[in-house]
Design a protein around this ligand. Structure first.
Ligand SMILES: O=P(O)(O)OC[C@H]1O[C@H](O[C@H]2O[C@H](CO)[C@@H](O)[C@H](O)[C@H]2O)[C@H](O)[C@@H](O)[C@@H]1O
Length: 264
């Protein structure tokens, strides 16, 4: 237990006094919610609401920044009980706070992409499509050879994205087709700016979290103290782990680190 505390304090000495002026931002899948076979079965750890509520009392802002629709993350996490929580969904395209969702209108190109990836998945055992409204995700975790299936699909999904005017965001056994422009780095910068924060803690694990980690570093150059936590439950991508100050054992480790950091 002391190890996290030591690591967090050693990584950024003086972080604790800055907590009232700190933003704590977390990814959802793999960071608050353990990875599961089917996206619809993901749930935040039962302790998440209690820990995040306690953190919210000590810091300037608690936020979730996820590739999921914001409302899905709130529902799957039971997060509407966390005071003052802000949830950026679709990598920042959507914003949820105090029960209100701000979401853009229909995103052009998604209907075409949806139709084409459903066709693609239909002939491939274990390849599934998650329809997220503003984006679609092609998952291979349930295929016999998830990595092989992902590799086989990359070029085809890329061609569909080009035709639909969308971008492909790869992740763990998933290729997402989504509107260009939003990324987790933009979301992190706006959270820090809105809160006039002097410190930012970000926890994540996947490729989509890299822009957030890079934003933390860029903000560091402007004097904002930053800590990047990698949630490692056996699947964190090396590119994100390499950017982390602290590696903790999965969602339980993330909650424990936050509880230690914000303990009185
Ligand atoms: O930004 P995140 O909150 O990490 O969301 C990224 C994507 O996560 C989800 O997929 C991942 O988790 C699933 C459930 O554990 C797992 O089955 C899948 O293999 C992972 O890639 C989610 O389904 C996507 O929509 C998110 O964009």
């Amino acid at each position: 237990m002391a190890a996290y505390e030591d690591e967090l304090e050693l990584t950024r000495p003086g972080l604790r006094p800055l907590l009232p002026r700190t933003v704590v931002a977390l990814d959802f899948d793999g960071t608050l919610a353990p990875i599961v076979e089917r996206p619809e079965d993901a749930r935040a750890l039962p302790a998440a609401v209690e820990v995040l509520s306690a953190v919210a009392e000590r810091v300037a802002q608690v936020a979730i920044v996820t590739g999921r629709p914001a409302a899905d993350a709130v529902r799957l996490g039971g997060l509407d009980d966390v005071p003052g929580l802000v949830v950026f969904g679709h990598y920042g395209l959507e914003r949820w706070s105090s029960g209100e969702l701000h979401s853009p209108g229909e995103t052009s190109g998604v209907a075409l992409a949806r139709e084409r990836v459903i066709q693609l998945a239909a002939s491939r055992h274990g390849v599934t499509v998650e329809d997220k409204g503003h984006s679609v995700a092609v998952h291979t975790r349930q295929a016999e050879d998830p990595e092989g299936a992902l590799d086989e699909l990359r070029l085809r999904v890329s061609a569909i994205a080009d035709d639909a005017g969308l971008q492909v965001t790869p992740g763990r056994f998933v290729l997402e087709l989504r509107p260009r422009g939003a990324d987790k780095g933009v979301a992190i910068r706006s959270l820090v700016s809105e809160a006039s924060a002097e410190a930012i803690i970000y926890a994540g694990d996947d490729l989509g979290d890299i822009p957030a980690a890079d934003a933390v570093r860029e903000l560091g150059a402007t004097g904002v103290v930053g800590v990047v936590i990698c949630s490692e439950s056996g699947e964190a991508v090396p590119e994100f782990r390499a950017r982390a100050d602290v590696v903790v054992p999965g969602p339980e480790g993330v909650l424990r680190a936050l509880a230690i950091l914000t303990a009185e």
